[in-house]
Design a protein around this ligand. Structure first.
Ligand code: ATP
Ligand code: MG
Length: 366
């Protein structure tokens, strides 16, 4: 299609803490990379989290959700901070994020964990094991044991107090998350590992059956299966064997955190949450980092890489996504580091400067 024809509306939700700092930087990079590829991006900024609570009394104002739902993609910074620590659910900034996910109907959470050659020493694993790791965990986000019913507290027939939860997956829930994962694997190295506990759990038996059945629609993808206990072990023993992993809500919660720890760089890790249609939600995995907020110390690269995921998985703008990823790599090659990834011999910079350095390279690379 013609260059000028591609234009999109992006909702920006800076949120709290370092959120506004990293989103401001990522917005400039996103805008510039888009423009270089003939993509026009229009931005609308809205309140969410603690800043929304302060201004409106709720963590997700209707106006924010309406804007997000009507846009093509949502870029979020971070939510929360000491200021809003409370046990009252409706006054929790984090409730705003849960409501936003539910409102957008995003059921697939994509979490890449790549060990960049420039940051291999930050890995929690030995260099030989960490080198070249590039994994994507696709986690089912809206089903499984976190939502299954019945759940609650009770008493068993011996009079002992019990707590109970239920793992439930329907065939259609499995089918839609598996489809996302096959498509993601297709955009990567063509390998998909489905992680379950099909030797013990019925929900996992159905999971494995449905994923296997779908494989015939994706003959170009190499599908394998692994039990979750083995997967947890293999992730630290030999993480290079994995490309894309697809798994249920609870296993994905655990394995995506495990995979991200391999990289050792929380300020570098992006994420995406997508649904069947409608806008996806793109955000760094780190929190609001109140300890460094407002000091121009935050690493904006996780949010910049989230913007690249927004282009790839949210808008289908692969070229602009690649530009951003290449620019991040090149900026690290030039030796620029924020405090969280600093090592002797590199150049310590702040959030804004890091953004400027990425912008400089966005133009020259692809
Ligand atoms: P959450 O808000 O999700 O509960 P958390 O409180 O566990 O998150 P973060 O807010 O992510 O954790 O912060 C953990 C530590 O990592 C803090 O010391 C913070 O300063 C640091 N950190 C997090 N994100 C960044 C970043 N983008 N750049 C630099 N340091 C960061
Ligand atoms: Mg926190």
């Amino acid at each position: 299609c013609s260059a000028a024809a591609r234009s999109y509306n992006i909702t920006l939700l800076p949120g709290d803490g370092i959120g506004p700092e990293v989103v401001a930087v990522a917005k400039d990079v996103l805008s510039f990379a888009g423009a270089l590829e003939g993509v026009e991006l229009r931005f609308q900024e809205k309140l969410v989290g603690g800043s929304a609570l302060d201004a409106t009394g709720v963590p997700l104002p209707d106006e924010t959700l309406d804007e997000a739902k009507g846009s093509d993609a949502v870029l979020l910074g971070a939510i929360g901070g000491y200021k809003w620590d409370t046990n009252e659910k409706h006054l929790k900034p984090e409730t705003g994020l849960l409501q936003l996910r539910a409102g957008l109907g995003v059921f697939a959470n994509l979490r890449p964990a790549a060990v960049l050659p420039q940051l291999v020493d930050a890995s929690t694993l030995k260099k030989e094991v960490a080198e070249g790791v590039d994994i994507m965990v696709v986690r089912e986000l809206t089903g499984g044991i976190y939502f299954g019913k019945p759940r609650g507290f009770g008493t068993n027939d011996k009079g002992d107090d019990i707590g109970f939860n239920t793992e439930v997956y329907s065939a259609s829930e499995i089918d839609r998350i598996a489809r996302v994962a096959f498509e993601v694997a297709r955009k990567r190295r063509g390998k998909l590992c489905s992680v379950d506990k099909a030797n013990v759990l019925e929900a996992s038996m159905l999971w494995r059956k449905k994923v296997t059945a779908l494989a015939s629609e994706f003959p170009d993808i190499e599908l394998s299966h692994m039990y979750v206990d083995n997967a947890a072990m293999q992730l630290v023993r030999n993480p290079k064997q994995f490309d894309t992993i697809v798994t249920n809500n609870i296993f994905g919660d655990i394995l995506s955190d495990e995979a991200s720890m391999i990289t050792g760089s929380i300020g570098m890790l992006p994420s995406a949450s997508v649904g069947e249609s409608g806008p996806g939600l793109f955000e760094p995995i780190h929190g609001s980092a109140p300890d460094i907020a407002g000091q121009d110390k935050a690493n904006p690269l996780a949010t910049i890489l989230s913007a690249a995921m927004l282009l790839r998985y949210g808008l289908g703008e692969e070229n602009a996504a690649r530009r951003i990823e290449a620019a991040v790599t090149e900026t690290l090659n030039h030796g620029f580091r924020t405090g969280d990834i600093y090592s002797p011999g590199t150049t310590l910079v702040g959030c804004k400067r890091m953004g400027e350095e990425v912008l400089k390279t966005v133009e020259s690379l692809k």
